[in-house]
Ligand binder design. Structure first.
Ligand SMILES: NC(=O)c1ccc[n+]([C@@H]2O[C@H](COP(=O)([O-])OP(=O)(O)OC[C@H]3O[C@@H](n4cnc5c(N)ncnc54)[C@H](OP(=O)(O)O)[C@@H]3O)[C@@H](O)[C@H]2O)c1
Length: 255
C-alpha cells in the first residue's frame, strides 16, 4: 500500500511550479489531493495529470488572500472527507516593482497578504481538523529570503517569508502536544513561473541550473510520509550552482 493511502492533502498554489509537483507526488503516494489556486484552468491540468496516473484529485479554486474563500474551502474539505491530514501551504507571489524606490502600498499589501496572511488563514483553517484527529502535518513553502533578506526578493517578500518561518516554528511549539507537525521549506532559486516577475529576466540557461519543481515536490512528499513521531522542523533546499555563492566567490577569489 502506498504511504499516504486514505489521507487527504490540501495543496495551495497547485496549478503550477512547486505546488503542482507536490500535488502530483502526494497523489502518487495514494493521497486524495485538493487543489487550490486563483485560476481554475491550471488546477484542472494538475488534476487531469493526477487522474491520468490513477490518482485522486479535486479542484477547489479560490483567492487565499480572502479569509472567506479559505473558510469555504476548508469547510468543503471537512464536509466531504471529514479530515485534512496534510496542508501544503505553498501559494505565494512576488511583484515586479519590489525595490523601495518602486514599492507602492498596494504592492506591499499584495505581497504580504499573498505570502503571509494567506498562509496564516490556511493554517488556522486546518488546525481544528488536525487537533480532532490528534494528527496532521503542515508543510509551508517559505524561501531562503525567509532566512536572509535580499533586495533580489524585495523587502515585502523577505518580510513575509520570515513571517512564514516564524509561524511554522510556533505551530510546533504549541501543537506538538496534539500530534501536529509543521515543517517550513526554504527553497533557493527554483525554475518556476514566479521567476517571470523578476526585474532582471532569468535566462533559460540559468533556469536549467536551478532546482526544479519536482525536486521540491519530492522533498514535500518525503516530509509528508514521515512517521508521526518525528518532525522535520525546517529544510533549506537550494541549487548546487547557487548564484548567490557564485557571485560571492567571484568577489573573494583571485583568478
Ligand atoms: N521559484 C522559486 O525560486 C522560489 C523560491 C523560494 C520560494 N518560492 C515559493 O514557492 C511557492 C510556490 O511558488 P512557485 O515558485 O512554484 O511559483 P508559481 O508557479 O508562480 O506558483 C505560485 C502558485 O501560487 C498560486 N497563488 C498565488 N497567489 C495566490 C492566491 N492569493 N490564492 C491562491 N493561489 C495563489 C498561483 O496560482 P494563481 O495565480 O492561479 O492563483 C501559483 O500556482 C511560493 O510560495 C513562492 O514564494 C519559490
Amino acid at each position: 500500500m502506498a504511504a499516504l493511502t486514505g489521507k487527504v492533502a490540501w495543496v495551495t498554489g497547485a496549478g503550477s511550479g512547486i505546488g503542482q509537483a507536490a500535488a502530483i507526488a502526494l497523489a502518487k503516494e495514494g493521497a486524495t489531493v485538493v487543489l487550490t489556486g486563483r485560476r481554475k484552468e491550471p488546477l484542472q491540468e494538475t488534476a487531469a495529470a493526477i487522474k491520468k496516473a490513477g490518482g485522486k484529485a479535486e479542484v477547489k479554486p479560490g483567492d487565499l488572500m480572502k479569509a472567506s474563500a479559505v473558510t469555504r474551502i476548508a469547510r468543503d474539505i471537512e464536509k466531504k472527507y471529514g479530515r485534512c491530514d496534510i496542508l501544503v501551504n505553498n501559494a505565494g507571489l512576488n511583484i515586479l516593482d519590489r525595490t523601495w524606490a518602486k514599492l507602492t502600498h498596494a504592492g506591499a499589501e499584495q505581497v504580504l497578504d499573498g505570502n503571509l496572511t494567506s498562509a496564516f488563514y490556511c493554517s488556522s483553517a486546518v488546525l481544528p481538523m488536525m487537533r480532532k484527529r490528534k494528527d496532521g502535518v503542515l508543510i509551508h513553502t517559505s524561501s531562503m529570503a525567509g532566512r536572509t533578506p535580499s533586495p533580489l526578493s524585495g523587502a515585502a517578500y523577505s518580510a513575509a517569508k520570515h513571517g512564514v518561518v516564524a509561524m511554522s516554528h510556533v505551530i510546533n511549539m504549541e501543537e506538538c502536544v496534539n500530534g501536529i507537525r509543521s515543517c517550513v521549506v526554504c527553497p533557493g532559486e527554483v525554475a518556476t513561473p514566479i521567476l517571470d516577475k523578476r526585474p532582471i529576466p532569468v535566462s533559460k540557461e540559468e533556469r536549467a541550473k536551478m532546482a526544479q519543481s519536482e525536486d521540491v515536490g519530492d522533498l514535500i512528499r518525503y516530509v509528508a510520509c514521515l512517521p508521526p513521531h518525528v518532525t522535520i522542523n525546517e529544510v533549506w533546499i537550494t541549487p548546487t550552482w547557487n548564484r548567490g555563492y557564485v557571485a560571492n566567490l567571484a568577489r573573494t577569489t583571485k583568478k
